[in-house]
Design a protein around this ligand. Structure first.
Ligand code: SF4
Ligand code: SF4
Length: 473
């Protein structure tokens, strides 16, 4: 029985409800009257439910698809302006006891190089990341209670926050680790993590069980209910995601939206972010063996529809995607991207030595430096933002959501983006990037609408030029 308020995975992600939804979508994919009605509702910028969304996904009418794209662009502009938040993943350990068939870290892979960073190695990685200009990290680690217990994760977070190198600092650590207990989520909250991210991989239970044949992750309900335990443990910013390519994308899309609706219904706070990874080549993993791959057009449509259906959520696209694909989806709603990522353990300090083996989780498609990514974004008219202010200012969970849904968060995001960009330009940018950035900041200052905030920002900019750091709204 479908019930978004239930705490049971199989009730809030009901297989029957998804099948009914897909059937409804198929029957209505040419029903232009209904589609126009749904699009009119979407225009109110309050989101759409999984049934309405699935009809739009099934619709193949070019004019209506164009309207979806235009709407996604408009909502992106209204909620996020032209800012793109930048982060980097940090792989702590690739020891893992799970058997995920699409990931090279699975237990049975005996030839992949296994690594776990010591605290000294983490410090070196963090200094390398700070020297690039990063302020926001996403920690990644396999599930292994012996090699990667929660104490190791907590100690690593402490190490990361503790490193102050030149003007650098990691100001927000988001964490992507396996589903765990309420008690452990509470410990992560106390360690001051930003968002807890956990990809569902697939919402299709039968496929999930096949794709995760062994290890604790095999437990579909425990994995699917993880966000509820995280919320119970006090983490109010959670990030959802599916790995597109494992199951039919229409099924996943409906499941993803039902998960978001469930979080809203039970906790009053929807997902802080939604990630849209697509399966990639890796050691022993051939994406063509997974026959549900999606092409770039469908990928773009999914990004646009997530923006329309969950207007307040951050959409994350990683370096799994190439520069050209990222360029295509940036205007359609993406709000966060990773830059200069290394997806191997210790990858920021060490060059991979082929004879020693590869420890990376997947091949990246965008291998540019952070300086190149920042310059590229600015040349496309975006403001690269290193802002991490909300967590420090206590704007999390429902407080954040209400500011975001009413659009008031813009009064913080825009000046914070410009100030963190200014810090970046002074501390890390190449001369060419600095020139482009200084011009952009000058053009963007008048876009701060409040006279008071603009005049404060002007003063803060001078403080930054005088050497002060981490000034924020
Ligand atoms: S996806 Fe995560 S849990 Fe699965 S094998 Fe890879 S690291 Fe382990
Ligand atoms: S002000 Fe908050 S929502 Fe805006 S960019 Fe900064 S951290 Fe994100």
């Amino acid at each position: 029985m479908y019930n978004p308020k239930s705490l049971k995975a199989e009730e809030f992600i009901s297989h029957e409800e998804i099948l009914d939804t897909l059937d409804y979508a198929d029957k209505n994919k040419d029903n232009l009257e209904l589609i126009d009605k749904i699009l009119d509702k979407a225009q109110l910028k309050k989101g759409l439910d999984h049934r309405e969304a699935s009809v739009l996904l099934a619709c193949e009418n070019p004019e209506r698809i164009q309207r979806m794209y235009d709407l996604a662009r408009q909502i992106k502009k209204d909620f996020y302006g032209n800012r793109i938040v930048i982060f980097a993943p940090l792989y702590l350990s690739n020891y893992c006891i799970n058997g995920c068939t699409y990931c090279p870290y699975h237990l049975k892979n005996k030839h992949i190089l296994r690594k776990k960073l010591s605290q000294e190695e983490i410090a070196r990685e963090v200094i390398a990341l700070q020297d690039m200009g990063h302020k926001r990290l996403a920690l990644e680690a396999g599930e292994d209670p012996v090699n990667n217990p929660i104490e190791y994760i907590l100690e690593s977070i402490k190490t990361i926050y503790g490193i102050k190198h030149k003007n650098g600092a990691i100001r927000r650590v988001n964490v992507n680790i396996a589903a765990t207990t309420v008690e452990n989520y509470r410990k992560l909250k106390e360690a001051e993590i930003g968002t807890y991210i956990l990809f569902q991989e697939t919402y299709h239970k039968e496929s999930y069980l096949k794709l995760h044949p062994t290890g604790p992750k095999h437990d579909y309900a425990y994995h699917t209910e993880a966000m509820d335990r995280a919320m119970e443990g006090g983490i109010d910013d959670v990030g959802l995601g599916v790995l597109f390519g494992l199951e039919l994308y229409r099924y996943e899309f409906a499941g993803l939206l039902m998960h978001a609706e469930h979080l809203e219904a039970v906790h009053g706070v929807g997902p802080h972010t939604i990630s849209v990874p697509r399966i990639k080549k890796a050691d022993g993993i051939d994406p063509s063996l997974f026959d549900n791959g999606i092409d770039d057009e469908i990928f773009a449509k999914l990004c646009a529809l997530i923006r329309i259906c969950v207007p307040y959520t951050g959409i994350i696209v990683s370096t799994r995607e190439s520069q050209s694909v990222r360029e295509k989806v940036l205007p359609l709603g993406v709000s966060q991207i990773s830059g200069a990522s290394r997806t191997s353990v210790g990858g920021y300090c060490e060059e991979e030595i082929p004879e020693e083996g590869d420890s990376s989780q997947f091949e990246t498609s965008d291998r540019r430096t952070l300086d190149q990514v920042v310059k590229w974004l600015m040349e496309l008219g975006y403001i690269p933002s290193f802002c991490t202010a909300c967590y420090k200012e206590g704007r999390t969970g429902d407080r954040f959501m209400s500011l975001c849904k009413t659009g008031q968060i813009q009064n913080c995001c825009h000046p914070n983006a410009l100030m963190t960009l200014q810090e970046y330009l002074i501390d890390y940018a190449s001369p060419e990037t600095r020139t482009v950035g200084e011009k952009l900041i000058k053009e963007q200052m008048p876009e701060i609408l409040s006279d008071k905030v603009r005049s404060l920002t002007e003063g803060y900019m001078q403080d930054i030029r005088d050497g002060k750091r981490y000034i924020r709204f």
